[in-house]
Write a protein that binds this ligand. Structure first.
Ligand code: FES
Length: 350
């Protein structure tokens, strides 16, 4: 097991950190109104995951609870793997969580080896198969602490050893209790840590991912321009055409303008989020705002002049047909053909 110690330390610490990050450091993960919340991510995965029916019917309506359970499960896996308590159960749990992340957050990553969740799953499988080899574990110490004591306060010398079942139950209980305690103290800890953190961490819309994906948990690039784009719109003011999405004046004011796709256009489905961007020199382009990686909604970053996905940091260049220029996405956003009237009304062309 000594040879696997680096792997054990890495995946254990990463999962512990990912869980605490969601609860203690990321102000948006459980804030369901946020563009980067667990709810937004689940809605994105419902577009692109093979588990889409389950996500839509079970996870999305209970997004807050799902997010909380994911964070606590990550903390428990991290604690179990690092301490050696209920080690194999924790490693199998880590493999199952990573497989879940692979089927959701990493499913659309091509080629598959760019995704981070499959290697985590295999790392946990390796640990579960190898066990901890009784090295670097706190189980024996814990049992000594819990052993019955004599009236004089000394430990009874002849304490019968615990059965394997009782030992597993005891260790799993300690890990679960530890995860709960950390989960409870995470929130107050957040209030202390956030003001000390890097500028922009608090309230930064893309500060975590949460992603449900562990590896991407904190790597998402901020969609700092999300607030810079206009409010979602359906029909341009003063127009009765359902395909009229806004006016050039509105787009020019904010640099971009969000709307809801009213009908199926190319690869865009009715109800998809859409975004129209001012390209300069009086030119505009509209795109389906569903990220082609795993389905989160991209936002406009006026500083970078890019459409940024808050979930795992994909960036798309609207001046180059929304080709991906960073992050895990490899397919451009779907462009929506538009026409602009002399009065400046932007209309989708179905
Ligand atoms: S959903 Fe992963 S980068 Fe957009």
């Amino acid at each position: 097991m000594g040879a696997l110690l680096p792997l054990r330390l890495f995946v254990g610490f990463t999962f512990l950190y990912a869980g605490l990050d969601k609860l203690a450091l990321d102000p948006t993960f459980l804030d369901l109104t946020s563009r980067t919340s667990i709810l937004a991510q689940l809605q994105g995965y419902a577009h692109a995951s093979p588990l889409a029916p389950l996500i839509s019917t079970l996870a999305v309506p209970n997004a807050w609870l799902v997010g909380l359970l994911i964070a606590l499960a990550e903390i428990a896996v991290g604690l179990g793997v690092l301490t050696g308590l209920a080690f194999r159960v924790a490693a199998v749990g880590g493999a199952a969580l990573s497989a879940l992340f692979f089927l959701t957050a990493s499913w659309n990553v091509h080629p598959y080896y760019y995704g981070q969740d499959l290697p985590y799953a295999l790392g946990f499988v390796t640990l579960a198969a190898a066990g901890h080899g009784d090295r670097y574990v706190v189980g024996p110490w814990l049992e000594r602490q819990l052993a019955p004591r004599t009236p004089a306060g000394r430990r009874a010398s002849a304490t019968p050893p615990l059965s394997a079942e009782r030992r597993l139950l005891l260790q799993a209980g300690v890990v679960a209790l530890g995860a709960l305690v950390l989960g409870v103290v995470a929130r107050p800890l957040r209030d202390v840590l956030l003001p000390l953190g890097p500028a922009g961490r608090a309230g930064s819309p893309g500060s975590s991912a949460g992603t449900i994906s562990t590896g991407g948990a904190s790597s998402a690039a901020p969609a700092s321009g999300a607030g810079g784009s206009g409010a979602a719109a359906g029909v341009a003011p003063g127009s009765s055409d359902p395909l009229a999405i806004g006016t050039t004046a509105e787009v020019a004011q904010a640099g971009a303008f969000e709307f809801q796709v009213p009908t199926a256009i190319g690869n865009a489905a009715p109800g998809d989020p859409g975004i129209v961007v001012a390209l300069g020199s009086g030119k505009y382009a509209a795109f389906d705002a569903v990220c082609t990686h795993a389905g989160c909604t991209v936002g406009w970053d006026p500083g970078a002049g890019l459409l940024i996905c808050p979930c795992h940091g994909a960036a798309f260049d609207p001046r180059n047909n929304a080709q991906p220029v960073a992050g895990p996405a490899t397919v451009p956003l779907a462009e929506l053909p538009i026409a602009i009237s002399p009065a400046g009304v932007i209309t989708l062309r179905a």
